[in-house]
Design a protein around this ligand. Structure first.
Ligand code: GTP
Ligand code: MG
Length: 410
């Protein structure tokens, strides 16, 4: 199984070190790499730190392309993991909302020394908003608090309290006392914390489940091109499954047709599943399909909407009722108007601050009614890939959100 993990937490609480530890203990890092990095560490006369692994990867990656977040792969006995380290809350939102992948599970890293901090709260709020149902809290740096059980319990109850105040009902929530630096309860069971009887982090991750593969198919169109007179629609299956012979409809263009062929790089498929990037050749009644369209089956089609209710967080600037901006969802980019701001929400506590405000500011969250050009969206809880959107103003991402309700009657 492929599991996507997102790693969040306050600055310096040990996210990079934790990834380094996972890579190292799962033997995903080659030996020469360890030596090389150890040498580097000595040169700087610093203690050997696992965060170095990640930093050196980061540099390599940055040379090739600009990225805000770092994704690394490692393998346990059971699963393949893609783990994404998110430096700050802006990067987190961007990654979650523009990223192609959806996190199956979040690991929240909290320092046992410092406990809950500002970014811990923000991240927790976002995890809730994004509907991540499985959250593991690594109470890290237990070595720095002499592996004391009461310190762990204090941090645990701090976090539980906060989660309750958000009304966050994660399906699976687990607290693990750990030391990323020393390797306690990450891959290896800690010897210094015999009072803890729960799973190690990797045991917890190996127990992660993935929800519903039997959702209705949704195919996001990236491009339409013609080779030798044959029109191919390229895109990605975001949910469900498509088979040769299926009757499809694309919205908002309204084009309909039957799948004649499903192409992948270097071959052909009988069926394609969520996550597959494919090209489909369709026997069309109409040629209007274009980038931004979403395809589905005629029996359970994607429904274009002109108005929906969303919850968004503002990353910069301000937003006022009546304002127009660009809204991006899937590959669609449409003009959108802020029709109504229903509630302004504190993104640290989740509390409603004001009803029907005129506007909101940086870091505020809000429930907003968006009026848009025809667009396919889905409720985030149903199909997350089509249930998240980004708000763009003058070419800059100023906010991001999730779709709460896509029917036009609120
Ligand atoms: P940012 O990327 O800046 O948000 O920080 P981070 O969360 O990635 O933290 P990082 O892994 O860089 O660790 C921050 C500092 O805490 C480093 O000096 C680490 O060596 C230290 N640290 C990380 N994990 C542990 C741990 O388990 N125990 C102790 N004592 N120190 C740790
Ligand atoms: Mg880091």
């Amino acid at each position: 199984m492929n599991v996507n993990v997102v790693l969040v937490g306050h600055v310096d609480h040990g996210k990079s070190t934790l990834i380094g530890r996972l890579l190292y203990d799962s033997e995903s890092i080659k030996d020469e790499r360890v030596e090389e990095i150890q040498k580097l560490a000595e040169e700087y006369k610093r203690r050997f730190e696992f965060a170095y692994f990640l930093d050196s990867f980061e540099d390599e990656l940055k040379e090739e392309r600009t990225i805000d977040t770092v994704s690394l792969m490692f393998k346990s006995k059971r699963n393949y993991y893609t783990i994404t380290d998110v430096p700050g809350h802006k990067e987190f939102i961007k990654n979650m909302l523009t990223g192609a992948s959806h996190a199956d599970v979040a690991v929240l890293v909290v320092s046992a020394e410092e406990g809950v901090q500002e970014q811990t709260r923000r991240h927790m709020f976002l995890l809730k908003m994004l509907g991540i149902k499985q959250v593991f809290v690594a109470v890290n740096k237990m070595d720095a608090v002499e592996y004391k059980k009461d310190r762990f319990e204090t941090v645990k109850s701090q976090i539980s309290e906060l989660l309750n105040s958000f009304g966050y009902a994660a399906k699976k929530m687990l607290f693990i006392p750990a030391s990323a630096m020393e390797g306690d309860n990450i891959y290896r069971r800690s010897e210094g914390m015999e009072w803890y009887e729960g799973p190690t982090l990797i045991e917890a991750l190996d127990g992660v489940t993935q929800e519903g593969r039997e959702k209705p198919p949704r195919f996001v169109v990236q491009d339409v091109y013609e080779v030798n007179g044959e029109k191919t629609i390229a895109g990605r299956v975001e949910s469900g499954m498509l088979r040769r012979g299926d009757e499809m409809v694309f919205e908002p263009s309204g084009a309909e047709g039957e799948i004649e062929e499903i192409k992948v790089f270097g071959g052909e498929l009988e069926e394609a599943r969520a996550g597959d990037s494919i090209g489909v050749i369709i026997n069309f009644n109409d040629e209007g399909v274009r980038r931004g369209d979403v395809g589905g089956l005629i029996g359970n089609p994607p429904k274009p909407t002109k108005e929906f209710l969303g919850e968004a967080v503002l990353l910069g600037k301000e937003l006022k009722r009546g304002e127009t901006l660009e809204l991006r969802c899937g590959t669609a980019k449409v003009r959108s108007e802020i029709r109504e701001i229903k509630e302004k929400i504190d993104s640290e506590t989740g509390a409603v601050i004001e009803s029907n405000p005129e506007g909101i500011n940086e870091h505020d969250a809000a429930t907003i009614v968006f009026a848009t050009e025809p667009l396919v969206v889905e409720k985030f809880v149903d199909i997350p890939e089509l249930g998240r959107f980004v708000l763009v103003k003058n070419g800059r991402n100023i906010g991001a959100g999730v779709v709460l309700d896509a029917t036009s009657s609120f």
